[in-house]
Write a protein that binds this ligand. Structure first.
Ligand code: TEU
Ligand code: CA
Length: 595
Protein backbone atom coordinates (compact mmCIF):
# COMPACT_ATOMS: atom_id res chain seq x y z
CA UNK A 1 0.00 0.00 0.00
CA UNK A 2 2.90 2.33 0.57
CA UNK A 3 3.91 4.48 -2.34
CA UNK A 4 7.40 4.79 -0.97
CA UNK A 5 10.40 3.67 -2.90
CA UNK A 6 14.13 3.54 -2.43
CA UNK A 7 14.51 7.25 -3.15
CA UNK A 8 14.01 7.99 0.48
CA UNK A 9 17.30 7.50 2.18
CA UNK A 10 17.35 5.33 5.20
CA UNK A 11 17.85 7.33 8.35
CA UNK A 12 20.03 9.99 6.82
CA UNK A 13 20.22 13.38 8.47
CA UNK A 14 17.76 15.88 7.13
CA UNK A 15 20.23 18.26 5.59
CA UNK A 16 21.74 15.85 3.11
CA UNK A 17 18.48 15.08 1.33
CA UNK A 18 18.40 16.28 -2.21
CA UNK A 19 15.45 18.58 -1.70
CA UNK A 20 13.58 16.90 -4.54
CA UNK A 21 10.62 14.73 -3.81
CA UNK A 22 10.84 12.20 -6.62
CA UNK A 23 8.49 9.78 -4.93
CA UNK A 24 5.55 12.13 -5.33
CA UNK A 25 3.97 12.60 -8.73
CA UNK A 26 3.78 16.16 -9.99
CA UNK A 27 0.58 18.11 -10.04
CA UNK A 28 -0.50 17.52 -13.59
CA UNK A 29 -3.58 19.35 -14.64
CA UNK A 30 -3.17 22.33 -12.37
CA UNK A 31 -1.67 25.65 -13.27
CA UNK A 32 0.78 25.32 -10.41
CA UNK A 33 2.84 22.70 -12.20
CA UNK A 34 5.52 25.19 -13.21
CA UNK A 35 6.13 26.31 -9.65
CA UNK A 36 5.99 22.94 -7.99
CA UNK A 37 8.14 21.00 -10.42
CA UNK A 38 10.88 23.61 -10.60
CA UNK A 39 14.20 22.40 -9.17
CA UNK A 40 14.25 23.02 -5.46
CA UNK A 41 17.12 24.65 -3.68
CA UNK A 42 19.61 22.04 -2.59
CA UNK A 43 21.06 20.63 -0.43
CA UNK A 44 18.23 21.58 1.91
CA UNK A 45 15.42 19.20 2.84
CA UNK A 46 12.18 19.35 0.90
CA UNK A 47 10.21 21.12 3.61
CA UNK A 48 12.48 24.19 3.54
CA UNK A 49 10.51 25.48 0.58
CA UNK A 50 7.20 23.85 1.38
CA UNK A 51 3.98 25.45 2.61
CA UNK A 52 1.67 23.64 5.03
CA UNK A 53 -2.10 24.05 5.16
CA UNK A 54 -3.91 23.15 8.37
CA UNK A 55 -7.29 21.48 8.09
CA UNK A 56 -9.51 21.45 11.16
CA UNK A 57 -11.64 18.58 9.92
CA UNK A 58 -14.84 19.15 11.86
CA UNK A 59 -15.10 22.68 10.42
CA UNK A 60 -13.74 22.19 6.91
CA UNK A 61 -16.37 20.48 4.75
CA UNK A 62 -19.23 18.11 5.59
CA UNK A 63 -20.03 15.43 3.01
CA UNK A 64 -23.03 13.72 4.64
CA UNK A 65 -25.16 16.51 6.07
CA UNK A 66 -24.71 15.70 9.76
CA UNK A 67 -23.25 19.16 10.35
CA UNK A 68 -19.73 17.93 11.09
CA UNK A 69 -16.89 18.11 8.60
CA UNK A 70 -15.38 14.78 7.60
CA UNK A 71 -12.92 12.93 5.36
CA UNK A 72 -15.36 12.96 2.46
CA UNK A 73 -15.42 16.74 2.76
CA UNK A 74 -11.64 17.01 2.71
CA UNK A 75 -11.44 14.72 -0.33
CA UNK A 76 -13.92 16.92 -2.17
CA UNK A 77 -11.67 19.96 -1.64
CA UNK A 78 -8.30 18.50 -2.62
CA UNK A 79 -8.35 20.22 -6.00
CA UNK A 80 -8.99 23.52 -4.26
CA UNK A 81 -5.95 22.91 -2.05
CA UNK A 82 -3.83 21.80 -5.00
CA UNK A 83 -4.77 24.98 -6.80
CA UNK A 84 -3.62 27.01 -3.82
CA UNK A 85 -0.31 25.23 -4.28
CA UNK A 86 0.24 23.84 -0.81
CA UNK A 87 2.68 20.99 -0.24
CA UNK A 88 1.54 19.49 3.04
CA UNK A 89 -1.83 19.04 4.70
CA UNK A 90 -1.77 18.98 8.49
CA UNK A 91 -4.93 17.30 9.69
CA UNK A 92 -6.12 18.07 13.21
CA UNK A 93 -7.08 14.82 15.01
CA UNK A 94 -9.67 12.50 13.48
CA UNK A 95 -9.04 9.48 15.74
CA UNK A 96 -11.87 7.98 17.83
CA UNK A 97 -12.59 10.43 20.61
CA UNK A 98 -15.36 11.43 23.00
CA UNK A 99 -14.66 14.93 21.59
CA UNK A 100 -14.41 16.82 24.88
CA UNK A 101 -11.60 18.80 23.24
CA UNK A 102 -12.60 18.27 19.60
CA UNK A 103 -10.44 15.21 19.10
CA UNK A 104 -7.42 16.26 21.18
CA UNK A 105 -8.72 13.64 23.64
CA UNK A 106 -8.00 10.39 21.82
CA UNK A 107 -9.51 7.06 22.86
CA UNK A 108 -7.89 4.94 20.13
CA UNK A 109 -4.72 5.92 18.27
CA UNK A 110 -5.16 3.40 15.47
CA UNK A 111 -8.53 4.18 13.98
CA UNK A 112 -10.69 6.98 12.62
CA UNK A 113 -13.71 8.29 14.50
CA UNK A 114 -16.91 7.27 12.66
CA UNK A 115 -18.01 10.89 12.67
CA UNK A 116 -15.13 11.57 10.23
CA UNK A 117 -15.15 8.30 8.26
CA UNK A 118 -13.06 5.16 8.55
CA UNK A 119 -9.57 3.88 7.79
CA UNK A 120 -10.44 2.95 4.20
CA UNK A 121 -11.58 6.48 3.55
CA UNK A 122 -8.46 7.78 5.23
CA UNK A 123 -6.32 5.64 2.92
CA UNK A 124 -8.24 7.00 -0.06
CA UNK A 125 -7.63 10.57 1.13
CA UNK A 126 -3.94 9.84 1.55
CA UNK A 127 -3.68 8.34 -1.93
CA UNK A 128 -5.60 11.23 -3.51
CA UNK A 129 -3.44 13.79 -1.73
CA UNK A 130 -0.28 12.02 -2.87
CA UNK A 131 -1.58 11.90 -6.45
CA UNK A 132 -1.75 15.68 -6.30
CA UNK A 133 1.76 16.01 -4.92
CA UNK A 134 0.58 16.82 -1.39
CA UNK A 135 1.84 15.14 1.72
CA UNK A 136 -0.13 14.47 4.87
CA UNK A 137 0.97 15.35 8.38
CA UNK A 138 -0.94 13.72 11.24
CA UNK A 139 -1.64 15.33 14.58
CA UNK A 140 0.14 13.32 17.25
CA UNK A 141 -1.41 13.90 20.68
CA UNK A 142 0.64 11.88 23.15
CA UNK A 143 1.08 14.13 26.14
CA UNK A 144 -2.31 12.79 27.18
CA UNK A 145 -5.01 10.40 26.05
CA UNK A 146 -8.75 10.48 26.56
CA UNK A 147 -9.95 9.08 29.88
CA UNK A 148 -11.85 6.61 27.70
CA UNK A 149 -8.67 5.19 26.16
CA UNK A 150 -8.22 1.48 27.05
CA UNK A 151 -4.85 2.34 28.62
CA UNK A 152 -6.46 4.73 31.09
CA UNK A 153 -9.40 2.44 31.81
CA UNK A 154 -6.90 -0.21 32.85
CA UNK A 155 -4.69 2.23 34.67
CA UNK A 156 -7.48 3.59 36.83
CA UNK A 157 -8.89 0.14 37.68
CA UNK A 158 -6.53 -0.60 40.61
CA UNK A 159 -3.26 0.54 42.17
CA UNK A 160 -1.51 -2.65 41.07
CA UNK A 161 -2.79 -2.79 37.50
CA UNK A 162 0.17 -3.28 35.10
CA UNK A 163 -0.77 0.01 33.39
CA UNK A 164 -1.07 1.96 36.66
CA UNK A 165 2.25 3.64 36.05
CA UNK A 166 1.34 4.65 32.49
CA UNK A 167 -0.27 7.80 33.93
CA UNK A 168 0.56 10.15 36.81
CA UNK A 169 -1.13 8.82 39.95
CA UNK A 170 -0.47 10.30 43.37
CA UNK A 171 -2.12 9.94 46.77
CA UNK A 172 -3.55 13.00 48.47
CA UNK A 173 -1.10 15.01 50.54
CA UNK A 174 -1.11 14.22 54.28
CA UNK A 175 -3.45 17.19 54.82
CA UNK A 176 -5.83 15.59 52.35
CA UNK A 177 -5.18 18.11 49.62
CA UNK A 178 -4.21 17.47 45.98
CA UNK A 179 -0.62 16.37 45.22
CA UNK A 180 0.41 19.86 44.08
CA UNK A 181 -1.25 23.13 43.17
CA UNK A 182 -0.92 23.03 39.40
CA UNK A 183 -3.90 24.33 37.49
CA UNK A 184 -5.21 22.96 34.22
CA UNK A 185 -5.07 24.96 30.97
CA UNK A 186 -8.85 24.64 30.86
CA UNK A 187 -9.54 26.09 34.35
CA UNK A 188 -9.61 24.32 37.69
CA UNK A 189 -6.98 22.06 39.25
CA UNK A 190 -4.69 19.83 37.18
CA UNK A 191 -5.39 16.89 39.50
CA UNK A 192 -8.66 14.99 39.79
CA UNK A 193 -9.43 12.44 42.46
CA UNK A 194 -10.58 9.13 41.05
CA UNK A 195 -13.19 7.29 43.12
CA UNK A 196 -11.95 3.80 42.19
CA UNK A 197 -8.75 4.03 44.22
CA UNK A 198 -9.05 7.38 45.94
CA UNK A 199 -5.87 8.63 44.26
CA UNK A 200 -5.41 11.67 42.05
CA UNK A 201 -4.38 11.68 38.38
CA UNK A 202 -2.68 14.54 36.55
CA UNK A 203 -4.26 16.34 33.59
CA UNK A 204 -2.63 19.52 32.32
CA UNK A 205 -5.73 20.01 30.13
CA UNK A 206 -9.32 18.80 30.68
CA UNK A 207 -10.30 16.31 33.38
CA UNK A 208 -10.99 13.95 30.48
CA UNK A 209 -7.37 14.27 29.22
CA UNK A 210 -5.12 12.35 31.68
CA UNK A 211 -1.37 12.89 31.09
CA UNK A 212 0.69 9.90 30.01
CA UNK A 213 3.77 9.06 32.06
CA UNK A 214 6.65 9.28 29.60
CA UNK A 215 9.11 8.23 32.30
CA UNK A 216 7.75 4.73 31.75
CA UNK A 217 9.57 3.04 28.83
CA UNK A 218 6.50 0.93 28.01
CA UNK A 219 4.53 4.10 27.31
CA UNK A 220 7.23 5.38 25.00
CA UNK A 221 7.48 2.10 23.09
CA UNK A 222 3.67 1.96 22.69
CA UNK A 223 3.68 5.46 21.21
CA UNK A 224 6.60 4.74 18.86
CA UNK A 225 4.90 1.58 17.68
CA UNK A 226 1.75 3.53 16.89
CA UNK A 227 3.75 6.17 15.02
CA UNK A 228 5.44 3.50 12.88
CA UNK A 229 2.00 2.07 12.17
CA UNK A 230 0.88 5.40 10.67
CA UNK A 231 4.12 5.75 8.71
CA UNK A 232 3.52 2.25 7.32
CA UNK A 233 0.13 3.48 6.14
CA UNK A 234 1.96 6.18 4.19
CA UNK A 235 1.64 9.37 6.21
CA UNK A 236 4.46 11.86 5.80
CA UNK A 237 5.01 13.27 9.25
CA UNK A 238 3.57 14.49 12.50
CA UNK A 239 2.60 17.72 14.17
CA UNK A 240 3.21 16.91 17.82
CA UNK A 241 0.77 18.39 20.29
CA UNK A 242 2.35 20.10 23.34
CA UNK A 243 5.32 17.78 22.89
CA UNK A 244 7.58 19.66 25.33
CA UNK A 245 5.11 18.87 28.12
CA UNK A 246 5.72 15.10 27.89
CA UNK A 247 8.82 15.79 29.99
CA UNK A 248 7.47 16.88 33.36
CA UNK A 249 9.40 18.83 35.89
CA UNK A 250 9.67 15.96 38.37
CA UNK A 251 10.68 18.10 41.34
CA UNK A 252 7.60 20.22 40.83
CA UNK A 253 5.25 17.25 40.48
CA UNK A 254 5.89 16.10 44.00
CA UNK A 255 6.27 19.57 45.42
CA UNK A 256 3.45 21.88 46.44
CA UNK A 257 4.17 24.40 43.69
CA UNK A 258 1.60 26.95 42.84
CA UNK A 259 0.75 27.86 39.28
CA UNK A 260 0.03 26.09 36.08
CA UNK A 261 1.62 22.81 35.03
CA UNK A 262 2.17 24.43 31.64
CA UNK A 263 4.08 27.22 33.30
CA UNK A 264 6.61 24.88 34.81
CA UNK A 265 8.28 24.52 31.49
CA UNK A 266 9.94 21.52 30.10
CA UNK A 267 11.70 18.82 32.07
CA UNK A 268 15.33 18.19 31.10
CA UNK A 269 14.41 14.69 29.88
CA UNK A 270 12.81 16.20 26.76
CA UNK A 271 15.90 15.98 24.53
CA UNK A 272 16.43 12.33 25.41
CA UNK A 273 12.78 11.52 24.69
CA UNK A 274 12.85 13.24 21.30
CA UNK A 275 16.17 11.69 20.30
CA UNK A 276 14.88 8.27 21.26
CA UNK A 277 11.71 8.88 19.25
CA UNK A 278 13.78 9.91 16.27
CA UNK A 279 15.88 6.77 16.51
CA UNK A 280 12.98 4.40 17.13
CA UNK A 281 10.50 5.88 14.67
CA UNK A 282 12.04 7.98 11.92
CA UNK A 283 15.55 6.61 11.61
CA UNK A 284 14.18 3.08 11.84
CA UNK A 285 11.71 3.68 9.04
CA UNK A 286 12.74 4.44 5.46
CA UNK A 287 11.46 7.78 4.33
CA UNK A 288 11.87 11.52 4.50
CA UNK A 289 9.41 12.89 6.98
CA UNK A 290 8.61 16.22 8.46
CA UNK A 291 8.05 16.85 12.16
CA UNK A 292 6.90 19.95 13.99
CA UNK A 293 6.64 20.10 17.73
CA UNK A 294 4.10 22.38 19.36
CA UNK A 295 5.90 23.88 22.36
CA UNK A 296 4.23 26.47 24.57
CA UNK A 297 6.83 28.49 26.47
CA UNK A 298 9.82 27.48 24.33
CA UNK A 299 12.68 30.01 24.00
CA UNK A 300 14.80 30.64 20.92
CA UNK A 301 17.76 28.94 22.61
CA UNK A 302 15.64 25.82 23.34
CA UNK A 303 14.24 25.84 19.81
CA UNK A 304 17.71 26.02 18.28
CA UNK A 305 18.53 22.80 20.14
CA UNK A 306 15.27 21.05 19.25
CA UNK A 307 15.66 21.85 15.56
CA UNK A 308 19.40 21.41 15.11
CA UNK A 309 19.47 18.71 12.38
CA UNK A 310 22.57 17.13 13.83
CA UNK A 311 20.82 16.47 17.14
CA UNK A 312 18.00 14.54 15.41
CA UNK A 313 15.08 15.72 17.49
CA UNK A 314 12.56 17.72 15.43
CA UNK A 315 12.52 19.59 12.13
CA UNK A 316 10.81 22.69 13.52
CA UNK A 317 8.75 23.91 16.46
CA UNK A 318 5.71 26.10 16.98
CA UNK A 319 6.78 28.77 19.42
CA UNK A 320 4.23 30.89 21.31
CA UNK A 321 5.92 34.22 22.01
CA UNK A 322 4.19 36.17 19.25
CA UNK A 323 0.77 34.78 20.18
CA UNK A 324 1.19 35.46 23.92
CA UNK A 325 2.79 38.92 24.05
CA UNK A 326 -0.62 40.53 23.67
CA UNK A 327 -2.14 38.74 26.69
CA UNK A 328 -2.77 40.82 29.79
CA UNK A 329 -3.33 38.97 33.06
CA UNK A 330 -4.45 35.90 31.08
CA UNK A 331 -5.19 34.91 27.51
CA UNK A 332 -8.77 36.28 27.53
CA UNK A 333 -7.48 39.71 28.57
CA UNK A 334 -6.32 41.24 25.29
CA UNK A 335 -3.71 44.00 25.22
CA UNK A 336 -3.80 46.55 22.40
CA UNK A 337 -1.80 45.60 19.32
CA UNK A 338 1.88 46.59 19.58
CA UNK A 339 3.62 46.40 16.21
CA UNK A 340 7.08 47.24 17.55
CA UNK A 341 6.88 44.38 20.06
CA UNK A 342 5.65 41.95 17.41
CA UNK A 343 8.50 42.89 15.07
CA UNK A 344 11.03 42.43 17.86
CA UNK A 345 9.73 38.91 18.61
CA UNK A 346 9.44 37.69 15.03
CA UNK A 347 12.73 39.33 14.08
CA UNK A 348 14.55 37.72 17.01
CA UNK A 349 13.20 34.27 16.09
CA UNK A 350 14.41 34.83 12.53
CA UNK A 351 17.94 35.82 13.51
CA UNK A 352 18.41 33.43 16.41
CA UNK A 353 17.45 30.42 14.31
CA UNK A 354 19.46 31.59 11.31
CA UNK A 355 22.59 29.52 11.83
CA UNK A 356 21.11 26.42 13.42
CA UNK A 357 17.52 25.30 13.37
CA UNK A 358 14.44 26.22 11.42
CA UNK A 359 11.32 28.30 12.06
CA UNK A 360 7.70 27.46 11.52
CA UNK A 361 5.81 30.57 10.51
CA UNK A 362 2.24 31.09 11.67
CA UNK A 363 -0.08 33.85 12.77
CA UNK A 364 -3.11 31.70 13.50
CA UNK A 365 -4.38 28.17 13.94
CA UNK A 366 -7.33 26.35 15.56
CA UNK A 367 -6.30 27.68 19.01
CA UNK A 368 -5.90 31.33 18.09
CA UNK A 369 -8.24 34.11 17.01
CA UNK A 370 -8.35 34.91 13.30
CA UNK A 371 -5.18 36.70 12.24
CA UNK A 372 -6.97 39.48 10.35
CA UNK A 373 -9.05 40.31 13.44
CA UNK A 374 -6.11 40.13 15.83
CA UNK A 375 -3.37 41.86 13.85
CA UNK A 376 -5.27 43.66 11.09
CA UNK A 377 -8.49 45.57 10.50
CA UNK A 378 -11.26 43.07 9.81
CA UNK A 379 -13.85 45.67 8.76
CA UNK A 380 -12.71 48.55 6.51
CA UNK A 381 -9.40 46.96 5.47
CA UNK A 382 -10.16 43.25 5.74
CA UNK A 383 -8.73 42.23 2.37
CA UNK A 384 -5.80 44.66 2.59
CA UNK A 385 -4.75 43.63 6.08
CA UNK A 386 -5.28 39.90 5.42
CA UNK A 387 -2.96 40.10 2.43
CA UNK A 388 -0.48 42.36 4.21
CA UNK A 389 0.06 39.80 6.97
CA UNK A 390 0.21 37.03 4.39
CA UNK A 391 3.05 38.82 2.65
CA UNK A 392 4.87 39.68 5.87
CA UNK A 393 4.68 36.07 7.08
CA UNK A 394 5.34 34.27 3.80
CA UNK A 395 8.45 36.24 2.97
CA UNK A 396 10.19 35.20 6.18
CA UNK A 397 12.61 32.31 6.49
CA UNK A 398 10.94 29.15 7.69
CA UNK A 399 8.02 26.94 6.77
CA UNK A 400 4.74 28.88 6.52
CA UNK A 401 1.49 27.42 7.84
CA UNK A 402 -1.82 28.56 6.37
CA UNK A 403 -4.81 27.94 8.62
CA UNK A 404 -8.03 27.06 6.79
CA UNK A 405 -9.98 30.18 5.87
CA UNK A 406 -7.03 32.54 6.19
CA UNK A 407 -6.60 32.26 2.43
CA UNK A 408 -9.92 34.10 2.01
CA UNK A 409 -9.50 36.46 4.98
CA UNK A 410 -11.99 34.83 7.36
CA UNK A 411 -12.60 36.82 10.55
CA UNK A 412 -13.45 36.40 14.23
CA UNK A 413 -17.05 35.86 15.22
CA UNK A 414 -19.09 37.64 17.92
CA UNK A 415 -21.66 35.19 19.22
CA UNK A 416 -24.39 36.70 21.42
CA UNK A 417 -24.20 34.34 24.39
CA UNK A 418 -21.85 31.76 25.84
CA UNK A 419 -24.37 29.08 24.79
CA UNK A 420 -23.30 29.64 21.19
CA UNK A 421 -19.73 28.65 22.05
CA UNK A 422 -18.51 25.05 21.92
CA UNK A 423 -14.88 25.22 23.02
CA UNK A 424 -14.22 23.64 26.42
CA UNK A 425 -11.58 26.28 27.19
CA UNK A 426 -13.92 29.25 26.60
CA UNK A 427 -16.92 27.64 28.26
CA UNK A 428 -14.96 26.60 31.38
CA UNK A 429 -13.31 30.01 31.58
CA UNK A 430 -16.68 31.76 31.38
CA UNK A 431 -18.22 29.55 34.05
CA UNK A 432 -15.28 29.94 36.39
CA UNK A 433 -15.19 33.71 36.04
CA UNK A 434 -18.91 34.31 36.24
CA UNK A 435 -19.95 31.62 38.72
CA UNK A 436 -16.93 31.45 41.01
CA UNK A 437 -15.38 34.89 40.75
CA UNK A 438 -18.54 36.93 40.14
CA UNK A 439 -17.10 38.60 37.04
CA UNK A 440 -19.39 40.56 34.74
CA UNK A 441 -20.78 38.21 32.07
CA UNK A 442 -20.50 40.91 29.40
CA UNK A 443 -16.83 41.53 30.22
CA UNK A 444 -15.97 37.84 30.17
CA UNK A 445 -17.83 37.40 26.89
CA UNK A 446 -15.85 40.29 25.41
CA UNK A 447 -12.64 38.40 26.20
CA UNK A 448 -14.02 35.30 24.52
CA UNK A 449 -15.01 37.38 21.48
CA UNK A 450 -11.46 38.68 21.18
CA UNK A 451 -9.47 35.58 21.98
CA UNK A 452 -11.65 32.46 22.12
CA UNK A 453 -10.58 29.48 20.05
CA UNK A 454 -14.01 29.16 18.41
CA UNK A 455 -13.13 32.26 16.36
CA UNK A 456 -11.04 29.93 14.24
CA UNK A 457 -13.44 27.00 14.42
CA UNK A 458 -16.57 28.32 12.76
CA UNK A 459 -17.29 26.45 9.53
CA UNK A 460 -15.21 27.15 6.45
CA UNK A 461 -17.10 29.58 4.22
CA UNK A 462 -17.28 28.07 0.76
CA UNK A 463 -20.13 30.04 -0.84
CA UNK A 464 -23.17 32.18 -0.09
CA UNK A 465 -25.68 29.30 0.04
CA UNK A 466 -27.19 28.07 3.31
CA UNK A 467 -24.59 27.25 6.00
CA UNK A 468 -21.92 28.79 3.74
CA UNK A 469 -21.87 25.64 1.63
CA UNK A 470 -20.17 23.83 4.52
CA UNK A 471 -23.01 21.39 5.14
CA UNK A 472 -26.56 20.69 4.06
CA UNK A 473 -27.48 20.19 7.71
CA UNK A 474 -27.18 22.34 10.82
CA UNK A 475 -23.48 22.87 11.58
CA UNK A 476 -22.12 21.82 14.99
CA UNK A 477 -21.20 25.46 15.58
CA UNK A 478 -22.86 28.42 13.92
CA UNK A 479 -21.44 29.85 10.72
CA UNK A 480 -19.96 33.34 10.90
CA UNK A 481 -22.81 35.62 9.73
CA UNK A 482 -20.47 37.40 7.31
CA UNK A 483 -20.44 34.32 5.04
CA UNK A 484 -22.58 35.87 2.26
CA UNK A 485 -19.70 38.23 1.47
CA UNK A 486 -16.70 36.34 2.86
CA UNK A 487 -16.51 32.99 1.10
CA UNK A 488 -14.25 31.21 -1.36
CA UNK A 489 -16.55 31.79 -4.33
CA UNK A 490 -16.79 35.55 -3.80
CA UNK A 491 -13.14 35.88 -2.97
CA UNK A 492 -11.86 34.02 -5.97
CA UNK A 493 -14.08 36.04 -8.31
CA UNK A 494 -12.81 39.34 -6.89
CA UNK A 495 -10.08 41.45 -8.49
CA UNK A 496 -8.38 41.73 -5.09
CA UNK A 497 -8.72 38.03 -4.23
CA UNK A 498 -6.94 37.00 -1.03
CA UNK A 499 -6.76 33.45 -2.39
CA UNK A 500 -4.98 34.60 -5.55
CA UNK A 501 -2.50 36.53 -3.44
CA UNK A 502 -1.71 33.50 -1.25
CA UNK A 503 -1.28 31.47 -4.39
CA UNK A 504 1.41 33.86 -5.62
CA UNK A 505 3.18 33.82 -2.28
CA UNK A 506 3.19 30.03 -2.16
CA UNK A 507 4.51 29.78 -5.71
CA UNK A 508 7.29 32.25 -4.84
CA UNK A 509 8.52 30.04 -2.02
CA UNK A 510 8.71 27.12 -4.44
CA UNK A 511 10.67 28.94 -7.11
CA UNK A 512 12.69 31.63 -5.35
CA UNK A 513 15.74 30.47 -3.42
CA UNK A 514 16.10 33.81 -1.63
CA UNK A 515 12.55 33.53 -0.30
CA UNK A 516 13.23 30.03 0.93
CA UNK A 517 16.72 30.44 2.31
CA UNK A 518 17.90 34.05 2.32
CA UNK A 519 19.28 35.75 5.42
CA UNK A 520 16.80 37.91 7.36
CA UNK A 521 17.39 41.44 8.56
CA UNK A 522 14.76 43.56 10.32
CA UNK A 523 14.68 47.18 9.09
CA UNK A 524 13.45 50.17 11.08
CA UNK A 525 12.62 48.11 14.18
CA UNK A 526 11.24 51.11 16.11
CA UNK A 527 8.90 52.39 13.40
CA UNK A 528 5.36 52.22 14.82
CA UNK A 529 3.61 51.70 11.46
CA UNK A 530 6.11 50.06 9.16
CA UNK A 531 7.03 46.38 9.16
CA UNK A 532 10.10 46.20 6.94
CA UNK A 533 12.79 43.63 6.45
CA UNK A 534 15.31 42.36 3.95
CA UNK A 535 16.19 38.87 2.78
CA UNK A 536 19.59 38.36 1.21
CA UNK A 537 20.81 35.36 -0.72
CA UNK A 538 23.71 33.41 0.75
CA UNK A 539 26.17 34.83 -1.79
CA UNK A 540 24.86 38.36 -1.21
CA UNK A 541 23.96 39.04 -4.84
CA UNK A 542 20.20 38.96 -4.49
CA UNK A 543 18.18 41.00 -2.03
CA UNK A 544 14.45 41.19 -1.36
CA UNK A 545 12.84 43.96 0.66
CA UNK A 546 9.42 43.81 2.28
CA UNK A 547 7.71 47.05 3.27
CA UNK A 548 4.32 46.86 4.94
CA UNK A 549 2.20 49.64 6.40
CA UNK A 550 0.43 47.86 9.27
CA UNK A 551 -1.96 50.69 10.07
CA UNK A 552 -5.13 52.51 9.02
CA UNK A 553 -3.15 55.62 8.06
CA UNK A 554 -1.13 56.32 4.90
CA UNK A 555 2.62 56.12 5.43
CA UNK A 556 4.59 58.91 3.85
CA UNK A 557 8.00 58.42 5.51
CA UNK A 558 10.77 57.43 3.10
CA UNK A 559 10.86 53.69 2.56
CA UNK A 560 14.05 51.67 3.08
CA UNK A 561 14.05 50.72 -0.60
CA UNK A 562 17.04 51.70 -2.78
CA UNK A 563 16.45 53.49 -6.07
CA UNK A 564 16.26 51.07 -8.97
CA UNK A 565 14.63 48.28 -6.99
CA UNK A 566 11.89 46.50 -8.90
CA UNK A 567 8.46 45.78 -7.53
CA UNK A 568 7.89 42.01 -7.43
CA UNK A 569 4.53 41.87 -5.74
CA UNK A 570 2.11 44.13 -3.90
CA UNK A 571 -1.21 43.66 -2.18
CA UNK A 572 -2.76 46.76 -3.76
CA UNK A 573 -2.74 47.95 -7.36
CA UNK A 574 0.66 49.34 -8.33
CA UNK A 575 0.97 53.12 -8.20
CA UNK A 576 4.07 53.54 -10.28
CA UNK A 577 6.84 55.16 -8.28
CA UNK A 578 4.58 56.54 -5.55
CA UNK A 579 6.56 56.21 -2.33
CA UNK A 580 3.45 56.55 -0.14
CA UNK A 581 2.11 53.30 1.27
CA UNK A 582 -1.66 53.31 1.50
CA UNK A 583 -3.32 51.91 4.66
CA UNK A 584 -2.37 48.23 4.97
CA UNK A 585 -0.37 48.32 1.77
CA UNK A 586 2.49 45.83 1.51
CA UNK A 587 5.09 45.54 -1.23
CA UNK A 588 7.92 43.23 -2.10
CA UNK A 589 10.91 44.65 -3.95
CA UNK A 590 13.95 43.02 -5.49
CA UNK A 591 17.36 44.64 -5.58
CA UNK A 592 19.50 42.89 -8.17
CA UNK A 593 23.22 42.41 -7.57
CA UNK A 594 22.92 43.64 -4.03
CA UNK A 595 26.03 44.53 -2.12
O1 TEU B 1 -2.72 23.33 22.46
C1 TEU B 1 -1.85 23.64 23.48
C2 TEU B 1 -1.83 25.01 24.05
O2 TEU B 1 -0.96 25.27 24.85
C3 TEU B 1 -2.76 26.10 23.77
O3 TEU B 1 -2.58 26.74 22.59
C4 TEU B 1 -4.17 25.70 24.06
O4 TEU B 1 -4.95 25.84 22.94
C5 TEU B 1 -4.80 26.53 25.13
O5 TEU B 1 -5.42 27.61 24.54
C6 TEU B 1 -3.96 27.00 26.24
O6 TEU B 1 -4.53 28.16 26.78
C7 TEU B 1 -2.81 22.01 22.01
C8 TEU B 1 -3.87 21.90 20.92
O7 TEU B 1 -3.47 22.64 19.81
C9 TEU B 1 -5.18 22.32 21.48
O8 TEU B 1 -6.19 22.36 20.52
C10 TEU B 1 -5.52 21.33 22.56
O9 TEU B 1 -6.70 21.73 23.21
C11 TEU B 1 -4.41 21.19 23.59
O10 TEU B 1 -3.12 21.10 23.04
C12 TEU B 1 -4.61 19.90 24.38
O11 TEU B 1 -4.40 18.82 23.54
CA1 CA C 1 -20.18 14.77 8.32
Amino acid sequence: MSRRNGDREHGSPALIHSGQRPELPTRNGTTMTDATTAPRPTPHPWWTNAVVYQVYPRSFADSNGDGIGDIGGIRSKLDYLAELGIDVLWLSPMYPSPQHDNGYDISDYRDIDPVFGDLDEFDALLAEAHERGMRIMMDLVVNHTSDEHAWFRESRSSVDNPKRDWYWWRPARPDGDRPNDWTSAFSGPAWTRDETTGEYYLHLFATEQPDLNWENPEVREAVYDMMRWWLDRGVDGFRMDVINLIAKNLDAIDGADRGSGLGFGTGPQIHGFLQEMHREVFAAHPGSYVTVGEMPGVSTADAALFTDPLRRELDMVFQFEHVSFDHGSHKFDPLPFDLVALKEILGRWQTELAETGWNSLYLGNHDQPRLVSRFGNDTVYRVESATLWALVLHLMRGTPYVYQGDEIGMTNVTFATIDDYRDIESVNHYREQVEQFDASPAAVLAGVHARGRDNARTPMQWDSSAHAGFSTGDPWIAVNPNYPTVNTEEDRAAADSVFAFYRQLIALRHTDATVALGRFELLEPQHPQLFAYARTSEDGTDRLIVVANASDEPLTDPLPVPAGATLVLGNQPATGDDPTLRPWEARLYRVGSAL
